[in-house]
Write a protein that binds this ligand. Structure first.
Ligand code: PAF
Length: 284
């Protein structure tokens, strides 16, 4: 397995793979790889025969005061994990390689980036869409893989690819959970033992939502209220949002119908945790 540090190096490997007729898969990551990431890598190796994993803690998607400096960077371990999972090349550029000068060109997706995480993280999605476009332009993947855990990100990227006719397919893979339901995330390591034990309350609130819909409830306020009731079981949890939105437009629902995204963001100690589930609301 190769580790490419520069754009010139990764482009040379990609050119060879293309010349050999390989189907190129890209798994963009910020490193600190866990089973959520390896599930994306496994999905990529199942569908592509040349898999690139990018490891880049993208500074432009962190807001002032966020965890850019302390974001975990266990690089040797990440590289070993990629090798074990059949990755062809790890692309791990420096910030200077990706942003050699003050960046003045940005890719912005409107509307979809405004609600949910967009409200508390201004500029975050602009950083994500810009770095993903740069990665797509550098790696020229046939397919790129993202996790449903970051539902809004996946939707925003899919829309960007469609709106800009970026020549690739995007695949969104299911959220990987711990046995107690907590969605696997690089930021879970910020939790103390006690916070970690409490954190599955977020998934329980999402399950409550599913149960109420299955029992016939369609009023979004009723369900949101019940979810907040579940979340209150953990007094240390500071809820940022509880959203029941149309899964395509991300507009908040009043009466639930079609496919909805139930999503929660909350702070627990030093960690900001997000989770979501997609629910197909049955016609009544
Ligand atoms: O999901 C992430 O880890 C990041 O937002 C991504 C897609 C790698 C862009 O930096």
């Amino acid at each position: 397995m190769e580790v490419a540090r520069t754009i010139a190096e990764i482009r040379a490997s990609i050119a060879q793979a293309r010349a050999a007729g390989r189907r190129i898969g890209l798994v963009p990551t910020m490193g600190a790889l866990h089973v959520g990431h390896t599930s994306l890598i496994d999905a990529a190796t199942a569908r592509c025969d040349f898999v690139v994993v990018s490891i880049f803690v993208n500074p432009t998607q962190f807001c002032p005061g966020e965890d850019l400096e302390k974001y975990p960077r266990p690089f040797e371990r990440d590289v070993a994990l990629c090798e074990q999972h059949g990755v062809a090349v790890v692309f791990a550029p420096t910030p200077e390689e990706m942003y050699p000068r003050d960046n003045v060109t940005w890719v912005t997706v409107e509307k979809l980036t405004e609600p949910l995480c967009g409200r508390s993280r201004p500029g975050h999605f602009r950083g994500v869409t810009t770095v993903c476009t740069k990665l797509f332009n550098i790696v020229l993947p046939d397919v790129a893989f993202f996790g449903q855990k970051d539902a809004q990100q996946a939707l925003v990227i899919r829309r960007m690819v469609a709106d800009l006719n970026q020549p690739l397919e995007t695949v969104v893979c299911p959220t990987v959970r711990e046995p107690d339901g907590l969605a696997v995330s690089s930021r879970n390591r910020y939790l103390s033992e006690q916070e970690r034990r409490a954190a599955p309350v977020i998934f329980r609130s999402l399950q409550k939502c599913r149960e109420m819909i299955e029992a016939g409830e369609r009023n979004a306020d009723e369900i949101r209220g019940a979810m907040i009731g579940v979340l209150r079981e953990v007094s240390a949890l500071k809820v940022e949002y509880v959203s029941l939105a149309d899964a395509e437009s991300l507009e908040e629902s009043v009466q639930l119908q079609g496919q909805i995204l139930a999503a929660v963001a909350a702070h627990l100690g030093p960690a900001r945790l997000i989770d979501n589930i997609l629910i197909d609301v049955p016609d009544q």
